[in-house]
Every structure is written in structure tokens, then in C-alpha cells.
Design a protein around this ligand. Sequence first.
Ligand code: SAM
Length: 231
Amino acid sequence: MTIDVVTIFPRMFFPVLDESIIKRAKAKGLVKINVHDLRKFSQGKHKKVDAPAYGSGGMVFRPEPFFTAVEEILGEPVRSRPKSQALRRVILFSPQGRRLDQKSVKKFLKYEQLILLAPRYEGVDERVHKYLADEEISIGDYVLSGGELAAMVFIDCLTRLIPGVVSDSESVKNESFENNLLDFPHYTRPENFRGLKVPEVLLSGNHKKIKEWRLKQAVEITKKKRPDLLK
Ligand code: SAM
């Protein structure tokens, strides 16, 4: 899978993309991530990407640099794209978007290429929402200063689902939100920490019992912390 990000702050991405799981996924060739500077796609000598909102308000990202960026990345005019069969998807980060969750992240695994648009300020000209983005994603009901962090959240939770990225594929299958459950509790050494003991069953070596205990715990925790998932 190839992920292209279009942003005015490419450097924000490097510390995140060059560490840990994402770094290894890139090194293994399981994902390719290109970060593009939006300003490079702006015409005019000052490379301006924003302008005051018509009708008053703050600064808004202009449509032209985003359209040009997507066209250059795709190598074809935006209007000629057969949306229905596309293996490539243009995603705009916006508080108005569909709220990201584990189920919706998985849906993106089928694409060959994802182009992520990360605006700032008051947001981006409505024509980008309407005519350039295939979909809009929100990472939660709060307002960030820009789409960069949202794009990084998206890249992180998607990349770890790409087969081969997380070495223990079983651990991904048992994670929170799988089967509408939260994760079960995890314990490690020492067995007794300041009088707080690890549940006996985990020390028993009886894998069947451990499995049953974990499922029961996951159900209890979900009932208590996120009953909405069980509905
Ligand atoms: N005027 C916009 C509004 O009220 O909905 C907020 C703009 S926000 C300051 C700037 C940019 O941050 C947005 O265009 C979007 O790309 C990004 N952003 C902010 N909150 C977000 C969220 N919850 N999910 C995804 N992107 C977000």
C-alpha cells in the first residue's frame, strides 16, 4: 500500500513515521509513505496556499494546491477518475467527517493508494470537500489545529493492520474492538507487586482456562467501561 500525505508541515510527520512499527513496516516494503509539501503545488511566487474566507472569517486553504497535488500524485486529472472502481482513495481530514473506528479503518486495507489531505486554519475550500475528497474522516468530536495529527492517527492504526506488520498476528486479533469487546487485562512480572498479586489462573499454565478467563474478563470490562459496544 502507498500512502501519500499532503500537508504544509511535512516535518511534523517524520518523528512518527520514522519510529517503531511504522518504520519497520516501511523497511519491510509493506507500506510506502510519501509526505508532500502542499506549498510545492501552489502557483505564484509566494507559494500561498490560503486566503481570507469570502463573506468574512479566518483563513481558508485554497482549492488549487490540493487539486494540483492530487492530480500530480495520481498522474491524471481529477475528473477522469472512475470513482466506483478506484483502488485509490482521496481522504480529507475534517471534524465533519465520518468518525474513525476500528471497523472503518479495516475497510481501507483494500486500497492500493490512499491520499491524505491535511488542512489547517478554518479548514479548506468547500470544493475540496465536494469534488476532490472521496471521503472525509474525523478522529473524534473535538477540534484539532490541523489535519496532521489526524492523518498520523489514521496512518498508525491502519499500518498495524497490514498483514505482516505486527509480528504476533494473534495479538492484533485479540485487541480492543475486535468482536465488539475491549481487551482483557494483561499482567507481567513480578507475580506479587507490593502485595498486589497476579490472578492465579494466569500462572496455571492451563491454556484453555486462561482463554476462558480472558474472554470473561473482556466481557466484564466492556460491560463496565463501554456498554455501548455490546448493544
Ligand atoms: N473550522 C473548522 C470547524 O469548525 O469544523 C475547524 C478547522 S480546524 C481548526 C483545522 C483542520 O484541522 C481541519 O480542516 C481538519 O483538517 C483538522 N481537524 C480538526 N479537528 C479534526 C478532527 N476531529 N478530525 C479530523 N481532522 C480534524
